[in-house]
Design a binder for this molecule. Structure first.
Ligand code: FES
Length: 121
């Protein structure tokens, strides 16, 4: 069991390791993100967590960064590495499906993704 000191952390990156994302390369995405964090010496600033399904399987591999509130479609390892760099610059990544703005999730129409099923009926 590990208990990290999170003082100094600026971003928490959730990397979906659910079955749909794993079939689309989530292991490589996870390793690329963690490698980029190590290469840039950002271990104290960016914390990562592998998760189960995040409910956006059609956009696999899903990577989520907070407090930015960005949901990414990481379809290759270069995008994964770019996500790490965006966590530090706080820029909205062009591969983000959604970005949080003023407390609302805004769909990025420049990324091909489906709207999905409405939660309320
Ligand atoms: S398995 Fe990753 S969003 Fe469903």
């Amino acid at each position: 069991m590990t208990t990290w000191n999170l003082a100094g952390m600026k971003s928490h990156v959730f990397i979906c390791n659910g079955s749909s994302c794993m079939r689309k390369g989530a292991e490589d995405i996870t390793l690329a993100i963690r490698d980029e964090i190590a290469l840039l010496d950002l271990d104290e600033q960016i914390h990562t967590t592998r998760t189960r399904c995040n409910g956006r399987c059609k956009d696999a591999c899903i990577v989520i960064a907070y407090p930015q509130g960005s949901w990414y479609k990481a379809s290759n390892t270069e995008i994964a590495r770019e996500i790490v760099r965006n966590c530090i610059t706080q820029e909205n990544n062009q591969h983000a499906i959604y970005n949080m703005k003023d407390g609302k999730m805004i769909l990025n129409s420049k990324v091909a993704s489906i709207t999905g099923i409405d939660k309320k009926k």
